[in-house]
Design a protein around this ligand. Sequence first.
Ligand code: NAP
Ligand code: G3H
Length: 484
Amino acid sequence: MPFEYTKEGNNYKYLSNGKWQLSVSNKFISVLNPVDNSLVGKIQDVSKKEIDEVFKIAKSSQLQWQEIPVNKRAEILHKAADLMLKNKLIIAEILMKEIAKPKSAAINEVERTADLIKYTAEEGLRISGEIVEGQCFYKNEKRKTAFVNRVPFGVVLAISPFNYPINLSYSKVAPALISGNSVILKPSAQGAISVIYCAELFLEAGLLPGVLNIVTGNSSQIGDYLVSHKDVDMVAFTGSTEIGKRISSLAVMKPLLLELGGKDAAIILEDADLDLAVKECISGCFSYSGQRCTAIKRIIAVGNIGNKFSDKFVKEAEKLKVGKPEDNSNICCLINKKAVDYIQELVDDANKNGAKQLLFKTRKNNLIGPIVLDNINNKCRIYYEEQFGPVAVIIRVRDKNEAIKIVNDSEYGLQASIFTNNINDAFNIASKLNVGTVQINGKSDRGPDNLPFSCVKNSGLGTQGIKYSIEAMTRIKSIVLNLN
Ligand code: NAP
Ligand code: G3H
C-alpha cells in the first residue's frame, strides 16, 4: 500500500522508471506544517544527473506508451481515480498537514480530481482525426486527401503550485497520459507528499513504468535545468506570473501552457441581488483563505450600492470561523510566514494611502484575517498587486464604464464577475472585459473542470479544461495522399 514504497523513515523518495528512489545527493527539503511548523516529512533534492536519467527513461517509455491502445490507457486512469476515491481521507489528511487546507475542501479536491481523471479518460476515447479533401482548393490540380491526426508531443514537463497540489498536478498528468505523452512532474515542495501518494496509486493501477515520473528539489537549483532540458517536448506550468515569465523565456520554441496570477474583479451593479452578491463574494474572497488563483481580489461597487454592500459584507465576514483545517475553519494559516508578511505589508500600505479598514480579525503566527478594506484607490499597492490571502478589497466607482476601465486596467486577465438582474447589462459589460472568463451572478471559479479555463495578459497562455487540455498536449499531424 502507498507509503510502503514511497518512504524511508521521514524521507519521501522520487519516482523514476516506476521505482521510488533515494537521491545520491543525500540532500533533503523539509516540508513543514504551516500551522505549527512541525515536520510533515522530507523530500529529495534530486541531482542534475538524476534528472538526466529521468528524462532518458521518460523519453524511451513514451514510445511504448503511445502504442498502447487508448482504451487501455483510459482503463488505467479509471483505476487510478477509483483508488484516489478509496483513499480520499488519507490524501485529505496529508493536504491538511502540508498546506493547511480545510478538511472539507481537501476532500473536495481529491473527489474533484478523481472526477476529472475519469472524465479525461472518456474524453480521450474521443480524440479523433479528420479527413480533409484538398481537390477543391484554388488551382489545385492534383487530388489530395489529408489524414489529419492528433499525436502526442513526447515528454511533458508538468510543474504545479502549492495551493491545489493534487488537482493542478493530475489535471496535467491525466490529459498528457491519455493522449500518449509521458510526464515528468515537479510538484511544489509544499504539497509534494500528497502528489507522491497519488503517483503510487497510478502505479498500483497498472501504469507502465517510466511514463509518470516525479522529481522534487530546490526549484531555484533545478527549475531552470528542467525547463531548458533538451528532452522537454512541452511545458505545462501553474504558478506565479514571475516564475511563469521566467519559464517562458527559457522554454524557447517549446509548446507552453501557463496558468499564472490573477486579480479577479467582481462588479456589483446597483440592481444586483445583494444577498447573492454578498454570499458569492464572501466565498470568492475567503475560500481557502484567499489562496486561489480565481479568488475575488477586487470588489467594484457601482453607484449607490457601496454602503449597503459593505455593511452586509462585513457582517458576513465577521462570522467566518478562524482556526484549524481539521475543524473545517474558513480561515486557516497561510502557506508560510513570507506570505503572511506580504499580506500585512499590502494592508499597511493601503491604510497609509486612504483605505478604510472595516475588519481585521486575527494576526497570530501564520494566521491572518479575515480583512476587509474599503475605499481602495490607485495609490494603494493592493489596487494592482495580487494579494494571495484573505483580504477583501472594495473599490467604489461612479458608473459601469468606470468599473470596466478598472477591471481592464490590470496586468492580469483571468476571470471577472458581474452581479446584476439586467441581462443586457450583464452581456454588454461581459463583452467589454478583457479576461478569459466572465461569470454572471456567480463568483470567479475554475470548475467544473471540463469548462474552458483560459486567460489573457500576465495571467497566462493557452486554455485548460479537459478537452482543451488534451488538445493543448497534442499536435496535429497530417499524412497526405496524392492521387494522380
Ligand atoms: P510559484 O512560487 O510560482 O511556484 C509554482 C511552482 O513553480 C512550484 O512547483 C515551485 O516550486 C516551482 N518553481 C519555483 N521557482 C521555479 C523555477 N525557477 N523554475 C521552475 N519551477 C519553479 O507559485 P505558488 O506560490 O506555488 O502558487 C501561487 C501562485 O500561483 C499565485 O500567483 C496564483 O495565482 C498562481 N496560480 C494560478 C493558477 C491558474 O490556474 N491561473 C492556479 C493556481 C495558482 P517550489 O514551490 O518548490 O519552489
Ligand atoms: O488556484 C487556482 C485553482 O485552479 C482554482 O480553482 O476556482 O475551482 O477554486 P477553483
